[in-house]
Design a protein around this ligand. Structure first.
Ligand code: NAD
Length: 255
């Protein structure tokens, strides 16, 4: 039997990762680099990306605010200019809106939908056009959330839950439309994972206890625990998986 781990390698693959300046994005950049990919690390904080590129081989930083259509276009264009191709897109950049629905400004709700859903659509479309033209297929992984399946109250994140729910079904829609081009579209749905997004919650006793109480495994996850699902969906190991969302959530959605 040939090496079953061979299909998890990303040699000669070019991967764009948004929100790569911290948390899950930075971890995924390290992971992909370690299995042979060239990583286009995209985020707003260029200093952080440059530091990542100093520490991790084959990382190319590109400043990008995903709320700017022009930045998204430049990101994909300059990936093609520098690397001649794009094989993988990780739509990871995201924010939350921890506020009760009755109190939320409409502008804030719109901002969350723009970052967590609309920019994922636009970057997927831009990359899929290149992937189709390359005729080599590709893999898109959307970073959704358990709150794409269930509401977040009493944690309260109206825009976030709406956007992540939309992202889970957008994943199915794009998978169906692009299967014929061998462009696979999948998502992961993390539970509560320790990153800058959840720092305050996990640092505070009541937040941490709430996570522990509601997670069957009785603890938050850490970013390395997303490696397996991320690599499966991004590599040829997942070559027959499309339209799927894999929960990596310590059992949150099994309750
Ligand atoms: P994080 O705050 O460390 O990372 C989010 C990244 O997105 C940051 O690098 C941030 O700068 C970037 N970003 C935000 N707005 C941006 C914009 N306009 N343009 C470009 N980049 C932007 O948090 P994280 O937990 O690593 O979050 C990554 C993804 O994982 C998010 O989509 C988040 O919703 C999702 N997620 C996180 C958890 C968790 O518990 N940490 C759970 C479920 C889903």
């Amino acid at each position: 039997m040939s090496d079953p781990f061979h299909s998890f390698h990303l040699d000669n693959k070019v991967a764009i990762i948004t929100g790569a300046s911290s948390g899950i994005g930075a971890q995924t950049a390290k992971l992909f680099s370690s299995v042979g990919a060239t990583v286009i690390a995209a985020a707003r904080r260029l200093d952080r990306l440059e530091k990542l590129a100093e520490e991790v081989p084959n990382v190319i930083p590109i400043q990008c605010d995903v709320t700017s259509d022009e930045d998204c276009e430049k990101l994909v264009q300059s990936t093609i200019e520098q690397c001649n191709r794009v094989d993988i897109l990780i739509n990871n950049a995201g924010i939350s809106d921890p506020i009760a629905a009755l109190d939320e400004e409409l502008s804030e709700f719109r901002r969350v939908i723009q970052i967590d859903l609309i920019s994922c659509f636009y970057l997927s479309q831009l990359c899929a056009r290149s992937m189709k033209e390359q005729q080599t297929g590709g893999a898109i992984v959307n970073v959704a959330s358990v709150h794409g399946f269930v509401g977040s109250a009493p944690n309260n994140q109206p825009g976030y839950s709406a956007a992540k729910g939309g992202l889970v079904n957008l994943t199915r829609e794009l998978a169906l439309e692009w299967a014929r081009y061998n462009i696979r579209v999948n998502a992961i749905a993390p539970g509560y994972v320790a990153t800058e997004l959840t720092d305050d919650m996990i640092a505070g006793e009541s937040g941490r206890k709430w996570i522990e109480r509601n997670t069957p495994m009785r603890r938050p996850g850490n970013v390395e625990e997303l490696n397996g699902a991320m690599l499966l969906l991004s590599s040829d190991a997942g070559s027959y998986i499309t339209g799927e969302t894999i929960a990596v959530d310590g059992g949150w959605l099994a309750r």
